[in-house]
Design a binder for this molecule. Sequence first.
Ligand SMILES: Cc1cc2nc3c(=O)[nH]c(=O)nc-3n(C[C@H](O)[C@H](O)[C@H](O)COP(=O)(O)O)c2cc1C
Ligand code: SF4
Ligand code: SF4
Length: 315
Amino acid sequence: MDKVQNKGMSRRDALKRMGAFVAGAAAMSVPAALTSCGEGRKRRIILYFTATGNSLYIARQLADETTELLSIPQMVKLGRHNFEADEIGIVYPIYGHMPPNMVRNFIKQAKIRAGYKFAVLTYGMLDFNAAELWDGISRKAGTEFDYINTLMMVDNWLPGFDMNEQMKMDKHIPEQVEKVRADLRQHRKWIKPATAEDRRSHDRFMLFARLDPEVGFLKQSERYFQVTDACIGCAICSEVCPRGNYKLTSTGVKTEGSCDFCFACIHNCPQKAIRFQSLPDDPLMARGEINPNARYRNEHVSLWSIKESNRQMNG
Ligand SMILES: Cc1cc2nc3c(=O)[nH]c(=O)nc-3n(C[C@H](O)[C@H](O)[C@H](O)COP(=O)(O)O)c2cc1C
Ligand code: SF4
Ligand code: SF4
């Protein structure tokens, strides 16, 4: 798919699509002068977190030739907290309507200086008060966003959805992207409002899921994920995990450590060799998963790009 769609693109566009801006601007420490833009053009930074590519795809859709796309796991790895540009945006997937734990910790440490700050939160089926929650979390951390919106994509929540069914649904993504682009062009100041019922629904979810609202999803990967005999030792799981939780050992692949529950490992394993453990004591996992033979990655995003975004080991 990527190959076909890159046809006819300039080299610069193709590199941007492939995520080379991430490596170029961050990992390879290109001097600031090389990443800044020409006179009169607004320089934009978009920081993103992604597990299955939806948020990276949206970050790319909101980028132009003056945009630096920066992966939050790579910024965390580099210890980079200071960002300055004309416009700075953040794109992440919501988890229980909240940001991933890594994004939450990142915003607490980040110094974001920009004339216009925006956040676009990708989700699958129900966003409830996600925009309002980000507004609260980011304000408390000392960064106020001018614009916070949500964007509906394929829902990668395996315990609740069959990916084959999700992929058949038309969620009108181009139309949603176009609206967000128009808002950003106008520097619209707007936070997607939440109703009292949205807030109640979120509170009910938190009670049911037994999650700490100050933390969100933070699990232990060894408790939730099991590597089956179908594993061929390709090491993809060790490269796509933004926490570096997977290791290839002489006795097979092992996972261990604090986990954002992003599902990059389970979705991107080419053998479908990663399965959920049976955990009747966790209400979210009580039913197992809907279709263990269906996995998802955004059709416009390559596995290479997910690895570039999330890889924690050096090299
Ligand atoms: C742990 C977890 C929790 C999620 N919670 C929600 C949710 O509360 N509401 C929703 O609509 N989608 C939820 N999703 C779906 C993702 O937000 C959605 O598929 C997102 O676009 C994935 O982005 P990515 O491909 O960049 O990782 C959840 C996914 C995961 C893995
Ligand atoms: S990605 Fe899957 S097949 Fe590859 S090493 Fe990890 S568990 Fe094994
Ligand atoms: S172990 Fe899997 S779910 Fe947990 S952070 Fe790593 S990739 Fe995400």
